[in-house]
Design a protein around this ligand. Structure first.
Ligand code: SF4
Length: 390
């Protein structure tokens, strides 16, 4: 089925079959929590936030939402739902939240109070790296010994500026803050005050990432070596999105960077071992995770397989930056019911503006196979529905 043949649901209320409300997903989950929604000090080229035509929310997460989310995580865990990670990331720069340290404290308290049989989730802060010299931010990160992920696509100043601010001339001054911040965090990691440290090679604009990658590796391994680290962890983001129409996306291909893996993964560069993983592998570590998605989601969109809690508590697709089509609300729903709503939804009017849907995937034979199975899955549910109605 081509995109033109896709049927889109216009009323989100019709988008969920709640007659058999039982969660089917069995894989472990990630929760992406958006402490800030629509608030960022950068203007990344592949992000809709900061664009003039962005009309979505611009809010900090209220305390009531954070507290309710944590309560629901405890309840979900007690029911055997395995949440393997909580990422403070979402649709904005999390470290700009005025109560950032206190919120991290609440999540760390959750980890200390953990009684469930399923493993305690890792707590990860994903940042653009611009605030890593701020003593309050450093204190928050090290006091709570979080895992830290820093988006760092390239050390080339004009490319960094173009990707992170849509302005090549700003790259050099941004890096004057970001590089010492990265170095400081590497030293904190070497001293054991940061649980894990990874670099996201993102935004995934392949025409810059590819030619700069060798310089990126050289730069980061040298910094790591001088900070006393023996390992450098990289996450390569493999595809770009149009953020449901908010940004243009000229590159239509997925690039898994197989040549980079061959050359650098598990290899030593500047006395530092490079460990690499793709973003898909991070979100779906095993084949059975992908099978779980295909089996249990009516519309098995890979971008929407985990939970993103927006600052106001809405559950949204990560690509739906303007929060046009929430799938429930953590203030009213359990983790389980939020997942059920994701499992049962059909492609909606937001999906119609998106270039990341399964039926758009055609870049490799695996992408085409996935796309074919996902479309068959959707057709099967529709046929099942009309059979039930008759
Ligand atoms: S197709 Fe729909 S569910 Fe999938 S990423 Fe796009 S907006 Fe999200």
């Amino acid at each position: 089925m081509m995109s033109g043949e896709m049927q889109y649901v216009t009323n989100p209320r019709q988008n969920v079959d709640l007659l058999s409300p039982k969660m089917r997903t069995r894989r472990s989950l990630l929760i992406n929590n958006s402490l800030c929604h629509g608030i960022c000090n950068y203007n990344c080229t592949l992000c809709g936030i900061g664009k003039n035509h962005y009309t979505g929310p611009k809010i900090y997460q209220p305390l009531a939402v954070t507290e309710k989310l944590i309560r629901e995580i405890h309840i979900a865990a007690s029911r055997g739902i395995h949440i393997r990670g909580i990422h403070q990331s979402g649709i904005g720069e999390p470290t700009l939240h005025p109560a950032f340290a206190e919120r991290l404290g609440l999540f760390e308290q959750m980890r200390r109070d953990w009684k469930a049989a399923v493993p305690v989730p890792d707590l990860v802060v994903v940042t653009n790296g611009s605030t890593l010299l701020d003593p309050d931010i450093v204190s928050a990160l090290t006091t709570h010994r979080v895992s830290l992920a820093v988006s760092f696509p390239t050390p080339v100043p004009e490319h960094y500026g173009a990707l992170m601010m849509e302005d090549a001339t700003k790259g050099a001054s941004l890096l004057e803050t970001v590089i010492p911040g990265i170095r400081a965090m590497m030293e904190q990691r070497a001293a054991g005050r940061i649980r894990e440290l990874a670099f996201y090679i993102s935004p995934p604009k392949r025409d810059i990432i590819r030619p700069d990658f060798h310089r990126t590796i050289q730069f980061l391994t040298r910094q790591a070596r001088d900070a006393g680290l023996d390992t450098l962890n990289l996450v390569l983001f493999v595809t770009s999105f149009n953020r449901t129409g908010l940004v243009r996306n000229r590159i239509k291909t997925i690039d898994f960077y197989p040549d980079f893996f061959k050359r650098y993964h598990h290899r030593t560069v500047n006395d530092v071992t490079v460990e690499m993983i793709t973003s898909y592998k991070k979100f779906y570590p095993n084949l059975r995770d992908v099978v779980d998605l295909l089996k249990n989601y009516t519309f098995p969109c890979l971008q929407n397989g985990h939970l993103l809690i927006a600052a106001d508590g809405s559950s949204i697709c990560p690509n739906d930056q303007e929060a046009r089509n929430p799938f429930g609300q953590i203030l009213n729903d359990s983790i389980e019911s939020l997942l059920i709503k994701k499992e049962r939804y059909r492609p909606n009017t937001t999906c119609a503006r998106c270039d990341s849907a399964p039926h758009q995937m055609s870049e490799s034979w695996t992408a085409r196979l996935y796309s074919w199975i996902a479309r068959a899955r959707l057709r099967f549910s529709r046929a099942n529905d009309s059979h039930t109605q008759h």
